[in-house]
Design a protein around this ligand. Structure first.
Ligand code: ZN
Length: 299
């Protein structure tokens, strides 16, 4: 599933290709994709003829701002892709919404599994009010992260995945951030002390930025594609995610995998000690940790 770095990569591409251009026509054939509307008419009426003035992102949601103040909200779901193609190109299977933009390029939403969606709403986007702050732009420092985690009994991994706590992190970047910060995924979120929260804040930020630098992660299913259909490159820099049995780039221990609520969690059993084993107090403030990307060329 596309996460913050993948959506941010697409957002930057959409901004570069389409900002300032007028939408000449809209086609919406995917009933599930536009399920927030009773039919295609509201989408067509509010977008057709309008100019795309800019883009935004909150967590995994991409926002296209129109000159009326309306906002087109796009969520890629599990398998959604946004593609820029020359008008007249035969539509790929599972093409659900098409924006024909002036200049002869179409912005197409393609989604085989139809968990993604497209809808249009007002400037304040009340539909996203339930989301926590954006993991990259909405959590400025460790103290802000500490306030989000304080008092939570839930384990770190599901807490980071909860979009109502912090928006944008999914399975890949949760595993990578926890590895970088040397935090076991089962550690209760509210138990972290200030130095560990500081490490986690830096690790989340560095991991997400590295993901963006590499234009996102495309896993074996290659379902994530950028606006031009290209693959991301950050999967080649993963330290734990989808690396079961391979050596940890920091200590050499084989990476472990556990099924966790229908998804897999990956961690290093030596660098990320289980809660209660005493490792954290033993290592204390002298424990070493890594910024993602600093450990490369080890596999
Ligand atoms: Zn390790």
């Amino acid at each position: 599933m596309p996460e913050l770095p993948e959506v941010e990569t697409v957002r930057r591409d959409v901004e570069a290709a389409f900002a300032g251009r007028r939408v000449e026509a809209v086609t919406a054939t995917g009933v599930r994709t536009i399920r927030r509307h009773g039919g295609a008419a509201p989408l067509i009426d509010r977008i057709s003829g309008r100019r795309l003035v800019g883009t935004d992102r909150h967590g995994k949601f991409l926002l296209l701002r129109l000159d009326t103040g309306d906002v087109v909200v796009i969520h890629l779901g599990m398998s959604g892709q946004l593609r820029a193609v020359p008008a007249g190109t035969p539509p790929a299977p599972h093409t659900h919404v098409v924006l024909a933009v002036e200049g002869g390029t179409e912005l197409r939403f393609v989604d085989p599994r139809t968990f993604g969606e497209v809808f249009v709403t007002g400037p304040d986007v009340p539909e996203l009010a339930h989301l926590g702050p954006d993991a990259l732009t909405g959590v400025p420092d460790a103290a802000a992260l500490g306030r989000l985690l304080a008092g939570r009994r839930r384990r770190m991994k599901p807490t980071l995945l909860d979009q109502q706590v912090i928006a944008g992190i999914g399975n890949i970047y949760a595993d990578e951030s926890l590895w970088a910060a040397r935090i076991h995924p089962d550690r209760p979120a509210g138990d972290l002390r200030a130095p560990t929260i500081g490490r986690l804040h830096a690790s989340i930020r560095a991991t997400l930025l590295a993901g963006i630098d590499h234009r996102g992660s495309s896993l074996a299913d290659e379902q994530y594609r950028d606006l031009q259909g290209g693959l991301g490159g950050y999967q080649h820099h993963h330290q734990v995610h989808a690396r079961e049995g391979m050596p940890c780039g920091r200590c050499g221990a084989p990476i472990r995998r556990a099924r966790d609520g229908g998804r897999s969690t990956y961690w290093c059993p030596r660098c990320q000690r289980r809660p209660g084993d005493g490792a954290h107090s033993r290592q204390g403030s002298v424990e070493r940790w890594c910024i993602p990307g600093a450990v490369t060329g080890l596999r």
